[in-house]
Ligand binder design. Structure first.
Ligand code: FRU
Length: 483
């Protein structure tokens, strides 16, 4: 079995490599295969895992939760893809297979510059969850060929689970040691280590804070600088990303976040903040951006993130054939202060994503980047439609200070009664003119406030592409996709 899977991946890898993303003649070609989003060559994918940037050759590595035996969730492996521009992806053979400890769940990767683990200077070390009937444990594996093949550590697991739901380690370097952020049922635990092999419990966070409508998953602690205009200074804050499923604001999966401080042992937020799910902010205000992680070692000190563009409510039923799921476009995360004086996590399309923007065009192609300029004094209505009467209607409501996207008539919604939805984002910052950028691909629309105050990611499955764009209350400029 292992050989046939490898052969298939290798074959698919050849096809997906190169920049047209998918030659039209390929048998796995299908109408909903994305043109500029990463999707697996074949079979099932969920969370992005272990992402890192190799500055020695400019290669971005993306691993992902993968079932090579079918197009629904199953025994998890780590699939692997690389890119030099975050737009064109080349598939590689699977790097981690299940073993006697368990299947391979989500996790992260670090470059061990100082050989703390003893696997060699600059070894690429994966830290991941292994799941079995009796529990979940953290294991490690190392690569000395830059992330293409991995050897599992003989002493695995390095952190044995003591409760059910004990997973998704995100490891970062914290001054003079490694820090692991781990999801444990409905809270986050922090562990420290000098060598990636021995882990010491530091603290827990979140028991009574934020949303608790489901299990907490895929956490990450990020240190960001933010300009505080009132204090006229730049301050260091920490942001804890926590995916939750179910319990998202529009049903099913979503990623909440907490802004606070880290003292080397504990993460704390201002007293009274995030007291319940109504007061917790969300990384993205669509239904389809889950398990967001940033790339370890992103260049220029940036925090470049990818999310899984799906939702556990219907992920297994999406109407694709040879493969299932894709990732979001790359976004840079940053902190800003909103009109109420609150720290907020913003997302802007990364410069690599913006490089997609080709020539301006007078018609709406199947896939496009659309820049909207909306008058902040009146409501705006933006409609993407096709000749079948399928449409996505977006609304800027200046009174309520919201942007929403209604996909209830967007095309095929029949595969799940949870799919049809109208999602709404708070604008966070009042402007005279709102600039909104839309990224339209074969089965998705990602909307961004152009300065990053909010983002909204939604899947859509129209029976033919939307070739009509109507904007009331503003104007639009359409750009072809360049690749
Ligand atoms: C999140 C998640 C993780 C887990 C993985 C299993 O989508 O449930 O918590 O590690 O998927 O595939």
């Amino acid at each position: 079995m292992r050989h046939s899977v490898l052969a298939l991946c290798a074959l698919a890898g050849l096809v997906v490599a190169g920049c047209s993303h998918r030659p039209a003649s390929h048998p796995t070609d299908e109408p909903f295969r994305s043109v500029y989003h990463h999707s697996p060559a074949a079979h099932w994918m969920n969370d992005p895992n272990g992402m890192f940037y190799d500055e020695t050759n400019g290669v971005w590595h993306l691993y992902y939760q993968h079932n090579p035996f079918g197009t629904t969730w199953g025994p998890m492996h780590w699939g692997h893809a690389t890119s030099t521009d975050l737009l064109c992806w080349q598939e590689h053979p699977i790097v981690l297979y299940p073993d006697s400890i368990g299947t391979i769940f989500s996790g992260s990767i670090v470059i061990d510059r100082y050989n703390t683990a003893g696997f060699g200077e600059n070894a690429v070390v994966a830290i991941y969850t292994q799941s079995e009937v009796c529990g979940q444990h953290q294991s490690i594996a190392y690569s000395t060929d830059g992330g293409y093949t991995f050897t599992k550590y003989a002493g695995n697991p390095v952190l044995k689970g003591d409760i059910a739901d004990f997973r998704d380690p995100k490891v970062t370097w914290d001054g003079d040691h490694w820090l692991m952020t781990l999801a444990c049922q409905q809270e986050i635990r922090f562990y420290g280590s000098k060598d990636l092999k021995n882990w010491e419990y530091l603290s827990s966070f979140g028991k009574d804070l934020g949303a608790h409508g489901g299990v907490w998953e895929c956490p990450e602690l990020i240190q960001l600088k933010v300009k505080n205009e009132k204090l006229k200074t730049e301050v260091d804050k920490y942001v804890l990303l926590v995916s939750i499923n179910p319990g998202g604001p529009f049903g099913g999966s979503a990623t909440q976040y907490f802004v606070g401080d880290w003292d080397g042992k504990t993460f704390t937020c201002e007293p009274g903040k995030y007291a319940d799910e109504k007061s917790v902010p969300w990384l993205d205000y669509g239904k389809d951006n889950y398990s967001t992680f940033t790339f370890h070692n992103s260049p220029d000190g940036r925090f470049v993130a990818l999310g899984w563009m799906s939702n556990w409510q219907y992920a297994n039923q999406l109407p694709t054939v040879a493969f299932r799921s894709q990732n979001t476009v790359a976004r840079d995360l940053f902190l800003f202060v909103d009109d109420e004086g609150e720290y907020r996590l913003g997302s802007v399309p990364s410069k690599e994503t913006l490089a997609l923007k080709g020539a301006e065009t007078g018609y709406l192609p199947d896939c496009a980047v659309i820049e909207l300029e909306l008058n902040g004094k009146q409501d705006a209505l933006i409609t993407l439609a096709n000749d079948k009467g399928e449409k996505v209607v977006m609304t800027l409501d200046v009174h309520r200070q919201t942007f929403s996207m209604d996909r209830t008539a967007s095309g095929d919604c029949s595969f799940s009664h949870e799919f049809a939805a109208n999602t709404t984002a708070p604008l966070y910052v009042k402007r005279d003119t709102y600039h909104v950028t839309l990224f339209v691909d074969h089965c998705s629309i990602e909307a961004f406030d152009s300065e990053g105050a909010w983002s909204m990611t939604n899947l859509v499955f129209p029976s033919e592409p939307y070739h009509h764009l109507d904007v009331q209350g503003g104007k639009a400029t359409i750009f072809e996709i360049k690749h």
